[in-house]
Structure formats: C-alpha cells, structure tokens
Design a binder for this molecule. Structure first.
Ligand SMILES: C[S@@+](CC[C@H](N)C(=O)[O-])C[C@H]1O[C@@H](n2cnc3c(N)ncnc32)[C@H](O)[C@@H]1O
Length: 226
C-alpha cells in the first residue's frame, strides 16, 4: 500500500467533503462557460466530482492511488489507475482538483504541465487549484486525532521550507481480527503562482483565490488554455 492509498483510507475521517463540495461548484461553473465535450479529471480520488462530470460530459478520471480508483470504479465511473503520460487520448478540458499539483515537487510539476498540454486539444482548458501559503501555514498545518469505533487516526502536519510533511498513523480493527497499524508521510509542495505560470507551456487566462476552510484565501484556482 502506498502513502496515497493510506490517504484514501483515512479521507472519510478528516472532514474535507463539505468544503470540497464548494470547490466542485467552482469547477462546474467554470466548465459550464467552456462547454467541453470531453473532460479528464486527473487525481479523481473517490470520484465524487467525476460522478457529477459524467452526467454532463464524456468524463474520465485517473489517479495513481489504486484504492481511490477502486472506490471510484465501484460507483460505475470510468476511472483508471495510471499516470497522465500513459494515456493516449486528447480532451477538451483537463482538471486537477483539490491540490493535486501540490503533491508534485517542482520538476515533476513542470513535466506534468507539459503532459497536460499534450493531452489537450487546441484551445482546450486546464483548470486546477493549489494551496496558498495561508492554506499551508494556517489551515493544513497542525494535529488531528479522530477516534471512531474500531478506527483511530492521528495526523501531524508540519510546514517547513515550503513543504508540508503530513505524518499519518492509522489503526483499524476488522471483525474478528486484531488491530492493524499503518503509518506513512505525505509531502506537499507550495508553488507560487508565478512559478506555475512560468513552468506551464499553456497560457494562464484566469486566476482567483477562494476560501474553503477559513475566512482568508486558502486556495487559488487557475485556468490555462492551450
Ligand atoms: C486531495 S486528493 C483529491 C482527490 C479528488 N480530486 C477530490 O476532489 O476528492 C488528491 C488526489 O490526487 C492523487 N494524485 C496525486 N498525484 C497524482 C498524479 N501525479 N497523478 C494522478 N493523481 C495524483 C492522489 O492519489 C489523490 O487521490
């Protein structure tokens, strides 16, 4: 199991879903004004947004966590366990929703942005969001303990030198078995808007901040066009 698979297991316990619904509204509104035929959701996770996209567009999701893809596929969605560069098709719109770009160090992000451009038709759009500094320093940093029946989760997140290290410890007890313990660390990288723009072969046509978890801006939405 990878650390992203561990994240897939604990995601239902960390209380992000309500805020993510607000985030999805932003994406759906942006897409409405471009009316794409085909949409690729990179880092589709459990497929919540992909399910909504699938009702309006020809939508495909990919994720590098097999656990996430299995959850999305169980909802009957077109979700695949692969990297973007492994896909052949081109799309009218590509999305990377809920700080997917922050999972990549700078060099990986540069290659990723080139891959996005390769998978867009001419004039196609790429919409993504990244955490602001406030989002990393004041929202994502800190500790969280969740104690549920047969499940116990401890998270400790520290933001240092523009990297958020999130340590996850998860205990789970399945019926008739002893507790199992899983541990892992996920790194997330702060990217300034100017860096993303300078690394992208696509043209940025729009950007704006939103507040999902606090009163201050904690995420920036970016729209690029090929
Ligand atoms: C915070 S979750 C968001 C998931 C989903 N977009 C949502 O809104 O619920 C980030 C997701 O990005 C995936 N991910 C990270 N790096 C990726 C990459 N290079 N390619 C595809 N998926 C990636 C992770 O496995 C995880 O499912």
């Amino acid at each position: 199991m990878t650390n992203l698979d561990l994240y897939a297991r604990i995601e239902p316990m960390i209380g992000f879903y309500e805020a993510y619904e607000k985030l999805y509204e932003v994406y759906l509104q942006i897409l409405e004004s471009y009316a794409p035929g085909s949409v690729l959701d990179v880092g589709c996770g459990n497929g919540k947004l992909l399910a909504e996209l699938s009702q309006k567009y020809h939508a495909t999701g990919i994720d590098i966590s097999r656990e996430m893809v299995d959850i999305a596929k169980a909802k009957g969605l077109d979700a695949r366990h692969c990297y973007l560069h492994e896909l052949d098709a081109s799309y009218d719109a590509v999305l990377a929703v809920a700080d997917v770009l922050n999972y990549m160090p700078k060099e990986t992000m540069a290659t990723f942005l080139e891959d996005v451009a390769k998978h867009l038709v001419k004039g196609g759009i790429f919409v993504c969001d990244v955490n602001t500094l406030h989002g990393f320093e004041d929202v994502a940093s800190g500790s969280l303990i969740v104690d549920e029946e047969e499940k116990f989760l401890a998270i400790d997140a520290e933001f240092e030198e523009n990297i958020l290290h999130t340590e996850i410890t998860f205990f789970e007890k399945k019926a008739g078995e002893c507790y199992t313990k899983e541990q892992g660390t996920i790194a997330q990288y702060y990217h300034a808007l100017s860096e993303i723009v300078s690394l992208s072969p696509m043209k940025m046509i729009k950007n704006f901040d939103i507040s999902l978890f606090s009163m201050e801006s904690d995420k920036t939405i970016l729209v690029f066009q090929k």
